[in-house]
Design a protein around this ligand. Structure first.
Ligand SMILES: [Zn+2]
Length: 448
């Protein structure tokens, strides 16, 4: 496959809104008809909710259709192995099965036909091209390669679809092996979670005898956890590696990756009206939220042109803020920044707080702070009337007076930026667990 232009992988990324909508409406009609014909799960759901599939004329009509919850997929998988009753392709059409990380309980499984693999590759290519990856690049693979997760093989498939050389070392290999390969093979592109790639750069002088910026990496794509689009995180990564760093977002249930930040670095674009629908909803009421600048809500996805494991109005629990609706890059899809999982949201005296927002503020307090922090709730559930307990790492060698100043800075900046009170505990550099290829939870609860 070849890119459409120097800035766009596919022409449709810059389609005028009414044209994009026309294409999407047609694909919605085809997908709904396909579900009604091939998926026992969705046929039952349509009957239960009194949905007439023929009456769905396009994207706007989706608002009247039921959601698909993660738990329904788990139940469907458990009752009808191997791929659940929502599977809609014949077994001999399926060529690949991916697993999701399954933060709660057993993994979730997703089947792909050969056509679905092509759709995943096209979705991913648009995101990674926006991030700056180009055919001919040589990519060091810093996501986990194992367990059937989408950061592994599907990223390799997307890279190869784009004409990029993937070096599939994987996060499990550890910093020493990844940095050795970076020094030996001089890849110019790098992909992984933002905090792991920062950690990798910090290890470079000790392991390969030179700073990461003297390795050859020039383009970085980060994802897999919120934070890659925060200015402090991006600037830190870019300085460490001497490269551009842009963010992307995806999720196993729908595909691998499909939102991509462009050169403007002001949020991740929606890129694929022909291949999926991304609705924004209020997570409490389920009502649709218009994706205008400043709006926030949960992302709900409908897969289009999808055969094996199709999903209709799938609730992701990913909470995003819309950062813009037009862009100098020419892409017409709205832009978002992911602030966290709606499941992670805490409510402090009635104010919604995402742990990632506190982390971003602490990142901005270097060099007195290391940037590592945790929230250690002293309450059950998500809601508290008391100040939020925050643990922050201070830099080595910080004297008592400067520690006290840092503690006050944390308290003041969190209060002024997020309107909540905290109790701040400082711990010395190196106390908190460093990120490896597994995501680090910013909220630590005492296990009873
Ligand atoms: Zn843009």
């Amino acid at each position: 496959m070849r890119p459409y232009s120097a800035t766009l992988w596919n022409e449709i990324e810059a389609a005028p809104p009414d044209e994009a909508r026309r294409v999407q409406d047609r694909q919605v009609r085809e997908q709904i008809a396909y579900l009604a014909a091939h998926s026992a799960f969705y046929r039952a759901k349509f009957t239960e909710h009194g949905v007439d599939p023929d009456a769905v004329r396009g994207t706007d009509d989706l608002a009247g259709l039921p959601f698909t919850e993660k738990q329904e997929l788990r139940d469907s998988l458990a009752a009808h192995p191997p791929l659940g009753s929502h599977v809609a392709a014949e077994p001999d059409e399926i060529v690949q099965i991916q697993a999701s990380s399954g933060t709660t309980g057993s993994p979730s499984y997703v089947g792909l036909t050969a056509g679905d693999v092509q759709v995943w590759c096209e979705l991913g290519a648009r995101a990674l091209y926006a991030n700056g990856f180009r055919p001919g690049d040589r990519l060091l693979h810093g996501f986990g390669m194992s367990k059937g997760f989408v950061g592994g093989l599907p990223v390799v498939q997307i890279a190869q679809y784009m004409g990029i050389v993937d070096i599939p070392v994987g996060a499990e290999a550890g910093a020493e092996r990844l940095l050795r390969v970076a020094a030996d093979q001089a890849p110019n592109a790098l992909i992984g979670t933002p905090h792991f790639l920062a950690y990798l750069a910090e290890q470079a002088p000790a392991i390969v005898g030179r700073p990461a910026r003297e390795l050859n990496v020039r383009t970085i794509s980060v994802g897999g956890e919120p934070g890659g689009g925060m200015p402090t995180v991006r600037e830190n990564l870019e300085a460490l590696w001497g490269a551009t760093s842009r963010e992307m977002l995806g999720g196993t249930d729908i595909a691998c990756t499909y939102w991509g930040e462009c050169a403007e670095a002001a949020g991740m674009h929606f890129l694929s009206p022909d291949l999926m629908v991304a609705e924004l909803i209020d997570p409490d009421t389920g009502d649709r939220v218009e994706p205008v600048e400043g709006a926030s809500g949960e992302l709900v996805y409908t897969a289009l042109q999808r055969r094996a494991s199709p999903l209709l109005r799938f609730r992701t629990r990913d909470h995003v803020v819309v950062t813009g609706t037009d862009c100098r890059c020419g892409r017409t899809g709205y832009k978002v920044r992911c602030v966290g999982r709606t499941d992670d949201m805490l409510i402090v005296r009635g104010i919604n707080v995402f742990p990632s927002a506190v982390k971003d503020l602490v990142n901005g307090m270097r060099p007195e702070a290391t940037g590592e922090m945790r929230i250690r709730p002293d309450f059950d559930g998500h809601s508290t009337q008391k100040p939020l307990p925050v643990v922050v790492e201070h830099a080595a060698g910080l004297d008592a007076e400067r520690q006290e100043a840092l503690r006050r800075t944390v308290f003041d900046r969190v209060r002024s930026a997020l309107n909540i009170s905290t109790t701040v505990e400082l711990v010395p550099e190196g106390t908190l667990k460093r990120p490896d290829h597994v995501k680090v939870a910013l909220v630590e609860r005492l296990s009873s």
